[in-house]
Design a protein around this ligand. Structure first.
Ligand SMILES: Cc1ncc(COP(=O)(O)O)c(C=O)c1O
Length: 359
């Protein structure tokens, strides 16, 4: 892949290395402004090339997913304008919406995207949706949403963190902006905080770059390099995570104590018809209900491979006791599992053993 390996040169390095410089030599005979690390650097630009190719647009990288979301919302919305947001988007995204409300932006929160979007988008400037949603794995028809949003003259932003560009390409489905937390699947090793926005409109590109420049939210050279390096194994990781999620879903579907099972690649998932049209892979995340918190905790304690931890998309399988999260109303015992890259039979053997032990 050209973005993870430098151009070949005799005895030159095979792998890219981070350049940590934040100041650059200036050509005194050239009136062009010199470079500075907060405005841009080689690592960020190389990463943007790779992410832009994956998403199919122009990428702007930020030092977290939240910095990317804030840049979109804060730079595009002015007092008096209307912002429509899915009530099932990441809860910190909704906290930014609360801050925008205090600054005079009109916020419309959708409790049911499919039935409310057509009316809510009237007069709006921007709509932000997530699909699949974190943590409940809900699915929205992004092509249909883009049609409604554009008919109303608004812009559609999609938070694609749960899929990554290899699971879904929202710009191809009609979205104007795609936002991704790369701390999850793209980074994939639970050691990077970074995010990006991809757009096709050069004007949006320069708005976001200007925001990042002024607010100082560019990722470091080291994190940019680590992320770029991780992209080299992205497809293999996503393939294995999806295969592991498929295997666990089929195993869990046969268990009496498991209900409300959600995985977008499963034919019996309520979102499957839409997901199979718009997603490239089912992905590594699934969610389901066990009979209560004590049962869930027995299951997690009995497992040797599932690590109770926040975040998702990494090499290790991790689980989240979602009922303990603020702002999310699910019964105790509801769990989101992020499948890692373990050997599939190791994971299924472990989960079967832990389910039996928890009974
Ligand atoms: C769907 C979604 N969007 C955005 C974020 C925020 O990303 P970050 O933690 O990189 O700021 C998260 C983090 O969990 C997320 O799951």
């Amino acid at each position: 892949m050209h973005w993870t390996t430098p151009a070949p040169a005799p005895a030159g390095p095979l792998t890219a290395s981070p350049s940590l410089a934040t100041a650059y030599h200036q050509d005194l005979d050239d009136i062009a402004p010199t470079r500075y690390g907060r405005w841009g650097h080689d690592g960020a630009e190389a990463l943007e090339g790779a992410l832009g190719a994956l998403d199919g647009g122009l990428s702007v990288v930020f030092n977290s997913g939240m910095a990317a979301i804030s840049a979109v919302l804060m730079s595009l919305l002015k007092p008096g304008q209307v912002f429509v947001v899915g009530g099932d988007t990441y809860y910190e995204t909704q906290q930014i919406a609360d801050q925008l409300r205090e600054r005079g932006v009109h916020i419309r929160v959708l409790t049911d995207v499919a039935t409310q979007l057509a009316d809510a988008v009237e007069g709006a400037r921007l709509v932000l949706l997530e699909s699949p949603t974190n943590p409940l794995m809900g699915i929205h028809d992004l092509r249909e949403c883009a049609r409604l949003v554009h008919d109303a003259g608004a812009l559609l932003a999609v938070d694609n963190s749960v899929s990554s560009p290899l699971g879904q390409r929202p710009l191809d489905l009609g979205a104007d902006l795609v936002i991704t937390s790369d701390a999850k699947i793209v980074g994939g090793h639970n050691d990077i905080i970074l995010g990006h926005v991809t757009i096709r409109d050069p004007e949006l590109d320069s708005t976001l770059r200007n925001w990042r420049h002024l607010h100082g939210t560019i990722p470091s050279a080291f994190d940019s390099w680590l992320t770029q390096r991780s992209i080299g194994s992205l497809e293999m990781r996503v393939e294995r995570q999806s295969a592991n999620a498929a295997a666990l879903t089929h195993l869990l579907a046969d268990r009496e104590e498991v209900t409300h099972l959600r995985w977008p690649g499963w034919q019996e998932d309520p979102g499957y018809a839409v997901a199979s049209r718009q997603m490239l892979r089912g992905g590594g995340l699934l969610a389901f209900q066990l009979p209560g918190r004590a049962h869930l905790h027995r299951f997690l304690r009995a497992s040797r491979l599932i690590i109770p931890a926040t975040s998702y998309g990494g090499l290790q399988t991790m689980a989240n006791d979602i009922a303990t999260w603020p702002h999310i109303k699910v019964p105790p015992g509801y769990v989101r599992i992020s499948c890692g890259c373990e050997t599939t039979t190791d994971l299924t053997d472990d989960v079967l053993h832990a389910l039996d032990a928890a009974l």
